[in-house]
Every structure is written in structure tokens, then in C-alpha cells.
Design a protein around this ligand. Structure first.
Ligand code: TXA
Ligand code: MG
Length: 315
């Protein structure tokens, strides 16, 4: 069910769960003022309660009421100025009473971002901060269009239509550890984009022995279509079946291409990624070869795309 903007505001303020657009992927939104709605959101998605949510703000100045004095406040302000609104999520120490425990999996930290999509920010101005995981059933490919939300939650599910998500990949999540910012989830911002500001390229965090997970979401199955994806580096001429691959490559005659876009255009591939995985299920494909011959070094957005595709192929 497609909603008007005003109806979306009214439903969220009354404690309902609604799907809303962002520039990365569609989100399943609930107001932080309605813990019961947040509880319902976990149930609807089938999301483990140990996986905390991102708090979405209308502007950077809404952050102050949640956070403790941060050791590196100057750098934090610079990151906010450079990347918000946009697909950067910051994990910060918070004042626990400011956020329902259910939203943050009872952690002493929480994740925050200011979306770039103007409709989303306008919405948050009317509702106050919203928690939003991606608007897909847990484990499935994320939703980048209203139709994807309806595929997972049914045609009657309330959705605010904001068009296709233009980035197509979730936000990059970063956290400071021992004075250094680390990437705890790869996303729509490339690691090199932080260099001018931080003076270094943040590392993709790896767990030290005995440490609690840095990004709980990384523990769970993700982005998977029903179709089994088989990562492939060689395409023999007699290979046949579905292929998730690139529009500028030739595949054996017996193969049907589900195109991610051109292999020299990572932004376009990112935008198409989840829609392509969902097409496999729409067409009842049981198995698809996955072209993992990424151009040159796997870096920049390709690193995120490769990570998503590899996760999607794990059952
Ligand atoms: O682009 C996005 O980030 C989208 C749109 C809707 O904004 N949202 C999204 O949410 O991808 P979700 O719930 O699918 O992913 C949030 C990730 C999870 O991996 C979660 O574990 C991590 O952020 N996270 C949230 N709070 C955290 C915390 N306090 N510490 C570490 N990781 C946290
Ligand atoms: Mg997700």
C-alpha cells in the first residue's frame, strides 16, 4: 500500500512500522519514541534481537542529545561535516537512557546516520529520530525499490514511495578503536574517501581473540536470494544456465545473463545489485553462476560489491 507523506508521518507517530526510502536502500522505520513498534519491527523482519539498529537523524545537530563526550570530538565533527547527510554510519558511546535498549541490543553504543534522501530527512523532521534496518526479510537481498518491500512483506504493507534507491548499497559503518577509525561494515562510501580527512585509509576491522563482535550484523546470513549462487572464475564454452555477470562480457551460448551492469561502472553495478539478485527469485531460478572476475584489484566500491555477492552466495 503506497502512502502519502502525511499518512507516513501519522502512522510513525502513532507507533506503526512503515517502509521508507533512503538513498542507500529502503528502510523499515519505527520511531524511537515507540519501543513496542521497534519490537514489532524485529518480529516482522525476523531479525535477531542481538543485532542493533541504526538511528536515523534529520541533521547532525540532533546527535548531541544521545552521545557522551567523545574523546575525538574535533575529528567526529569533521566526519559529520564531510559525510552527512550521506551513507556514513557512526558507532558512538551513548547516554543509555536516551535510546530504548531494544533499539541498540542493550549495548552502551549506538549507530547513527543522517540520510541524504530529501524525503527521508523531511520525514524525520516531522517524526523525530527513526530506527531503520533495511526493509527486507532478514537474510534476503535488501530492498532498493518499493516493489522489493512488497515482495517481502506483501502488497498491503505500508510504503512511502521515494523512487529507486540511487546508491543501492547500505551505508559504511565506522567506529573508533584505540584512537583509529575502523570500518566495521563495508558500504557505499569507499575506504579511500576518508584519507583526506583522517590522513589514513581506515582498515576493515578484524576481530581480536575473545573480543565481542564489532558489528553484530556481520554474524548473520545476508543478502541471499533463494537461488544458490556459485562463484565462478572460468566459464567453459559448454557451461549453461543462469549467470549473474556483466553486460560488457560474453558468456557461453547456453547461458542466460542476469546483468549487474558494465564491469567498468561500479556505481551502476551497486545500484542494480539487489534488484538483479531478486530477479533470480522472481523467475524461479534455482542456481546461478556468479561471475567473480572483478576488474583489476578489488578495491573501492568493488570491495563492497564483492563482499555482498560472496555473502549472498553463502547459505
Ligand atoms: O544504509 C543503511 O545503513 C540502511 C538504511 C536503511 O539506512 N540501514 C541498514 O541497517 O543497513 P541494518 O540494520 O540492515 O544494518 C545496520 C548494521 C548492522 O550490521 C548492525 O549490527 C550495525 O549496523 N550496528 C548497529 N548498531 C551498532 C552498534 N552499536 N555497534 C556495532 N554495530 C552496530
Ligand atoms: Mg540489512
Amino acid at each position: 500500500m503506497r502512502l502519502t507523506f502525511q499518512k507516513t508521518v501519522d502512522l510513525l507517530n502513532a507507533g506503526h512500522v512503515v517502509a521508507v526510502p533512503t538513498e542507500t536502500v529502503y528502510g523499515l522505520a519505527a520511531s524511537i519514541g515507540h519501543p513496542q513498534a521497534i519490537e514489532n519491527l524485529f518480529t516482522l523482519k525476523g531479525r535477531p534481537k542481538k543485532n542493533p539498529l541504526i538511528v536515523h537523524l534529520a541533521a547532525g545537530d540532533q546527535l548531541e542529545r544521545f552521545t557522551k563526550e567523545q574523546p575525538s570530538k574535533q575529528m567526529l565533527l569533521k566526519l559529520i561535516e564531510a559525510f552527512w547527510p550521506g551513507p556514513l554510519t557512526l558507532v558512538l558511546e551513548i547516554i543509555p537512557e536516551t535510546l530504548p535498549a531494544i533499539a541498540r541490543a542493550s549495548l552502551p553504543t549506538a549507530a547513527f546516520r543522517v540520510p541524504e534522501h530529501p524525503l527521508t530527512r523531511e520525514l524525520i523532521m516531522q517524526t523525530g529520530p527513526l530506527v531503520m534496518p533495511s526493509a527486507n526479510l532478514s537474510g534476503r537481498p535488501s530492498a532498493t525499490a518499493p516493489e522489493h518491500v512488497e515482495e517481502d512483506f506483501g502488497l498491503d504493507f505500508p510504503v512511502l514511495d521515494g523512487g529507486k534507491a540511487k546508491r543501492g548499497l547500505e551505508s559504511t559503518v565506522i567506529k573508533e578503536r584505540e584512537g583509529c577509525w575502523e570500518i566495521i561494515r563495508l558500504g557505499a562510501i569507499e575506504p579511500t574517501a576518508f584519507k583526506p580527512l583522517l590522513g589514513y585509509i581506515p582498515k576493515v576491522a578484524t576481530l581480536k581473540a575473545g573480543e565481542a563482535p564489532l558489528c553484530p550484523g556481520q554474524l548473520y546470513r545476508h543478502y541471499s536470494p533463494k537461488a544458490q549462487l556459485v562463484p565462478t572464475l572460468e566459464f567453459a564454452q559448454d557451461l549453461h544456465g543462469a549467470v549473474v555477470g556483466f553486460s560488457d562480457r560474453l558468456y557461453p551460448l547456453g547461458c542466460k545473463l542476469y546483468s549487474l551492469g558494465p564491469s567498468d561502472a561500479p556505481e551502476a553495478v551497486a545500484e542494480n545489485l539487489y534488484a538483479t539478485l531478486r530477479r533470480l527469485d522472481q523467475e524461479n531460478v534455482g542456481q546461478a553462476w556468479l561471475d567473480m572476475r572483478f576488474p583489476n584489484e578489488v578495491q573501492g566500491l568493488w570491495e563492497t560489491i564483492a563482499e555482498r555477492l560472496l555473502k549472498a552466495s553463502q547459505k
